[in-house]
Design a protein around this ligand. Structure first.
Ligand code: 5RP
Length: 222
């Protein structure tokens, strides 16, 4: 019986195999955040001399990349990125995701938006029929926190401030449970349009292109 860690490692290794053809001089890889992304970074470290470097979606991932001798580039210095590899808190059959359990959702969405392909790596427990059991993270400018919380409650959610947590951008996170997410694209746009919201953890307007989901019987590709 493979452990949760073993499954994450299998997904991370499958992603390394998938992106290996892109690991060429001059190429920059987009890298996500979380325990699965950490294992992907460790796998990337073995190949650090084959590509130019990486753009990280968090200070945590940047530090881990540097620890492997991988150059971390500012996104403003990068014109193109063939792939972005990251985990997810939930993913559905359309490859729409909830992300941001680690609080890095805004930078994740920005880096992913520049990449040609989003590769999601996760264990199969993250695959759901309907998004929303995992509370949706919403990054909020601190002065707007109460106003945004009231607006999210009007949308049917139960927002809870992630206590003692500040994002890499200096903002707060509201974790919103109870949202019946039937139309993920509509909800993503609606929440993003609330004044004071930086972004929310729905990745539906721009879903993943490939999901590598580790199971007890091997890695499943969606
Ligand atoms: C961080 C994220 C992560 O991808 C998500 O929380 C999954 O993390 P893990 O790989 O540790 O399960 O969105 O903001």
């Amino acid at each position: 019986m493979l452990s949760s860690h073993d499954l994450k490692l299998a997904a991370a290794r499958a992603a390394i195999d998938l992106i290996e053809p892109y690991l060429l001089p001059g190429v920059v890889i987009g890298v996500g955040t979380g325990s699965t992304a950490d294992l992907f970074i460790d796998g990337l470290g073995v190949h650090q001399d084959r590509f130019r470097g990486a753009v990280a979606s968090s200070e945590r991932s940047a530090a881990r990349l540097r620890g492997h001798g991988i150059e971390v580039l500012d996104l403003n210095a990068v014109d193109a990125m063939p792939v972005y590899v990251d985990g997810a808190d939930e993913i559905n059959a359309k490859l729409q995701m909830i992300k941001g359990g680690g609080g890095a959702l805004t930078r994740e969405k920005i880096v992913a938006s520049v990449a040609e392909r989003f590769i999601c790596i996760a264990d199969e427990s993250k695959l759901v029929a309907q998004l929303g059991s995992f509370p949706l993270p919403v990054e909020v400018i601190p002065m707007a926190c109460a106003a945004v919380a009231r607006a999210l409650a009007r949308l049917g959610g139960k927002p809870v401030l992630r206590a003692g947590f500040v994002t890499d951008n200096g903002n707060e996170i509201l974790d919103v449970s109870g949202l019946g997410i039937l139309d993920a694209c509509l909800l993503e746009s609606t929440i993003n349009n609330l004044p004071g919201v930086v972004t929310n953890g729905l990745f539906a307007l721009r879903p993943a292109d490939v999901a590598l989901l580790a199971t007890q019987n091997g890695v499943r590709r969606l």
